[in-house]
Design a protein around this ligand. Structure first.
Ligand SMILES: *Cc1c(COP(=O)(O)O)cnc(C)c1O
Length: 402
């Protein structure tokens, strides 16, 4: 571990430099991609020690063999160190101690957290709706041995039992973009760890560990990669909990591949500028939408009334770059708009450099129970880096005939 700089770095500087501490010693400027699936063992004895270290969730000591890619990969580890530094960052203090454990996808990351709680003998999960459709469906399936109770953000304390191992929440919520008070949920959860899916906010706008969350989960496929060409998931947590997660990753095999790790790590460098620029444009598009006939509701935390608990400024530094809106014409109008757009792409997923639009009830939230379904006239947009004027022109043309 290098000695920390005397002067704490800003998030923007960490985004560019974190996880790259060993590059100068390696004599390289870009991050090397280590594709080895197996690694030379200096001796049987040292190989065995390395095996034992990985099986118990330890990080390798200097000079130790990585043994096998499913146990450890240095390219993945650099990305983990980079993201952990961002999630642990506190501009007003020393920050928190955190380690990241990366996975093949966001769902693999959530799966590992759930399995670690089941393994601890605490299979009951309290889930604050609304959640990402895949997370909601995974919990409802009980596939991993969890038992779920769905609650709203005020019902967490009443739902916690002696067997509760985890509280799961998301903010901003998907797809309605309501904000939830992380510290309040943490307080209600008492001793039970709280997992926050931070995919929509990114560490640029919100760092849940500073508000008491035990686990932060990301679909790195979204903003972190930022270009729609790499999948990944990450859990950021305390070093003690990371030790529990790594053996689960090794055993279940949902590892991040080094190519994707490289792309996701490269994405971190531009994450702050992308998110802030996309947020700026999202605000303009959201305000414009509020004045359009045929649009009955705009869901965006930055609009008047969009943040009733005053969480922007306290928990989240800005309203983000996701915008949803409801059309008076219901499903038929939504279908028309998706088909009539020229610049904006009709596709699921989010967080990339180009603007995407999708119909949550028919697509991403199809798998959730009826009572948690968004309305049939609701469309969700992930605002990209195009000019706000061009996006507004495209939307205006599509809405004119909706
Ligand atoms: C996409 C997404 C996930 C799942 O991530 P994958 O990388 O697709 O497995 C989880 N949570 C949220 C909020 C997402 O948007």
């Amino acid at each position: 571990m290098p000695t920390p700089p005397a002067h704490p770095r800003s998030l923007a500087s960490l985004a560019v430099h974190a996880g790259r501490d060993d590059l100068a010693d390696l004599g390289v400027h870009a991050m090397p991609i280590d594709l080895s699936t197996t690694n030379p063992l200096p001796s049987i004895e040292l190989g065995r020690d390395a095996y034992d270290a990985f099986a118990s969730g330890q990080r390798p000591t200097p000079g130790m063999s990585s043994v096998y890619r499913r146990a450890w990969n240095p390219t993945v580890a650099r990305f983990e160190d980079g993201l952990a530094a961002l999630e642990a960052h506190d501009p007003f203090g020393p920050g928190v101690e955190a380690e990241a454990v990366a996975f093949a996808t966001g769902m693999a990351a959530t799966t590992a957290v759930l399995l670690s709680r089941v393994a601890a003998g605490l299979p009951h999960v309290v889930a604050v709706r609304p959640l990402y459709g895949g997370t909601d469906a995974l919990l409802a399936s009980g596939l991993l041995g969890t038992q779920v109770d769905y609650v709203d953000a005020r019902g967490v304390a009443a739902a916690v039992t002696e067997r509760t191992g985890l509280v799961v929440m998301e903010t901003p919520c998907n797809p309605t973009l309501e904000l939830r008070d992380i510290a309040d949920v943490v307080r209600q959860a008492g001793d039970v760890p709280v997992m926050v899916d931070n995919t929509f906010a990114t560490p640029v706008l919100q760092r849940p560990l500073l508000h008491g969350a035990a686990y932060v989960v990301h679909s790195a496929t979204k903003y972190i990669g930022g270009h729609g060409d790499a999948m990944g998931g990450v859990v950021v947590t305390s070093p003690e909990r990371a030790v529990e997660l790594r053996p689960i990753r090794t055993i279940t095999g949902g590892v991040l591949d080094p190519w994707s790790a490289y792309l996701l790590h490269r994405g971190l460098a531009t994450l702050p500028v992308r998110v802030l620029a996309q947020q700026e444009t999202a605000g303009r598009v959201a305000r414009w939408l509020t004045a359009q006939p045929g649009v009955t509701r705009v869901f965006y935390p930055g609009l008047e009334g969009g943040d009733p608990e005053g969480l922007i400024g306290r928990q989240m530094s800005g309203p983000g770059a996701m915008v949803a809106f409801e059309l008076a014409g219901g499903f038929g109008s939504a279908e028309h708009v998706c088909g009539a757009l020229a610049l904006i792409t009709h596709a699921v997923s989010l967080g990339g450099v180009d603007t995407l639009i999708e119909h949550p009830a028919a697509l991403t939230h199809r798998v959730v129970a009826e009572e948690a379904q968004p309305g049939s006239g609701v469309l969700r947009m992930s605002i990209g880096l195009e000019s706000a004027d061009d996006l507004i022109t495209d939307l205006g043309r599509a809405l004119a005939h909706a």
